[in-house]
Write a protein of this length. Structure first.
Length: 314
């Protein structure tokens, strides 16, 4: 715990009993935080607040996979946007908490934040986003990508299948990683391009698999490989799944030699069909703002852009 001039106290929350205090500042994932603590995706010592008396001025929190000893993502950095300029308070809060939460000498985990789809046109939203980004820029972070958050609802209808394609479950982990490796050739995804600047395509595919797909508890039989006819060559694959929060299209890829023929629509239709048959209330997905081909495919399949996200890294 530390105290700033003006009677501002910076400290971690004491435990689940202070989730209500932590949630006094609004954000779209507030309703998930109590369950995250119960499932050990968060720890009280990863959730910090800046208080003046009993008034919450700012907060910061990290997220990890269940049972992780160190966090994987910084996903909450908030200030009371109705109050006076609290930039200095937020800066002190982040820097104080980061010194306690993050291992010394290790690159801080990526920052991710959900933001309104029209944030650039809304002066209040723009100011709020830029304040938070500015705090992290002062701490050495930079913007890596802006992403579209997408959602399909049953009212949109299941997209029509591509009659040129047949589908089968992915044979095994090696087959999926091999297809992921091939799909990385010419990728427009910013995170993948960042990985490829530091490692081989196969290493990047293995990293993605181990950090995301391996943790899914939903059936692997949902993961589909699309082929040209029943015994033809694979053209790509789709990974429908459930993460800890939503049914998702976790990954969608077309191998380079089969791009430009519209197979992405059939792959996405198959992934959507598999989840829709589970009677899910929604399906979530995301793609980079700059990945127009993928964004257009989701739009054709009835997915709407309900929100955006920004990612920053050190």
């Amino acid at each position: 715990m530390s105290t700033l001039p003006g009677g501002v106290t910076i400290r971690p929350i004491t435990g689940p009993d202070e989730v209500e205090l932590f949630n006094r500042l609004p954000y779209t994932i507030n309703h998930e935080l109590a369950d995250d603590l119960a499932e050990q995706r968060r720890r009280p010592e990863w959730m910090w607040v800046a208080l003046r008396g009993d008034r919450l001025l700012a907060r910061v929190a990290w997220w990890g996979r269940s049972g992780d000893s160190t966090p994987l993502l910084l996903d909450i950095l908030d200030v009371d946007d109705t109050a006076e300029d609290l930039t200095e308070v937020a800066q002190a809060l982040y820097e104080t908490a980061a010194r306690q939460v993050l291992p010394t000498g290790v690159t801080p985990p990526e920052y991710g934040r959900f933001i309104p789809a029209n944030w650039r046109e809304d002066p209040d939203a723009y100011r709020a986003v830029r304040l938070r980004m500015g705090v992290l820029e002062n701490a050495g972070a930079h913007l890596t990508v802006e992403r579209l958050r997408l959602e399909w609802a049953p009212a949109a209808g299941v997209p029509k299948p591509d009659q040129r394609l047949a589908f089968r479950p992915a044979g095994d982990t090696d087959e999926l990683i091999a297809l992921m490796t091939r799909a990385l050739d010419g990728t427009l995804d910013a995170h993948s391009r960042g990985d490829l600047a530091q490692m081989s395509p196969r290493e990047a595919a293995v990293k993605h698999y181990e950090q995301e797909f391996a943790a899914y508890s939903s059936p692997r039989e949902w993961w589909r490989v699309g082929t040209l006819g029943r015994d033809g060559d694979p053209v790509g694959f789709v990974v429908p799944a459930r993460n800890a929060y939503h049914p998702v299209i976790a990954y969608l890829g077309v191998v380079p030699e089969h791009r430009g023929h519209g197979y992405v629509d059939g792959l996405l239709a198959e992934g959507t069909r598999i989840l829709a048959e589970e009677n899910v209330p929604r399906i979530r997905a995301a793609t980079d703002l700059g990945n127009a081909p993928m964004a257009n495919a989701f739009a054709r399949a009835g997915y709407i852009n309900f929100e955006r996200a920004i990612n920053m890294a050190w």
